[in-house]
Design a protein around this ligand. Sequence first.
Ligand code: 9YT
Length: 135
Amino acid sequence: MIVRNLAEESLTPRRVDSEGWTSVRLILEEDGMGFSFHITTIHPGAELRMHYKNHLESVFCMQGSGSIEDLATGERHAIRPGVMYALDAHDQHILRADASGPMVMACVFNPPVTGREIHGPDGAYPAATEPAESA
Ligand code: 9YT
């Protein structure tokens, strides 16, 4: 059994800070679960263009508000606590947090991320077989 505490893990390398977001990866590939599980905070006013070409992701909003834009259709969906979105088609998207406060999201990735990934210029994380330097 694995038991971890978000506040404690925030003080370790499981916490990753990047442009517009901070994420604590509570479960990583090394934990052998077949997915990774992250608590991600999107900073107020952040606008993040992403395209997880190598991963599937589900995201559940626990706090804050914003929107997600599906770049294939132009559709925008409101995000608020209780809303989940799943990128089941490696969907290109823009996630926006309202300026009024951070959005706090629980995220699951399949395959799991390994640890230090940040988005590449294409909005993706590298595939597990690519060297980390290409991120
Ligand atoms: C909401 C969202 O895009 N989460 C992505 C996970 C986060 N950026 C991370 O842990 O890499």
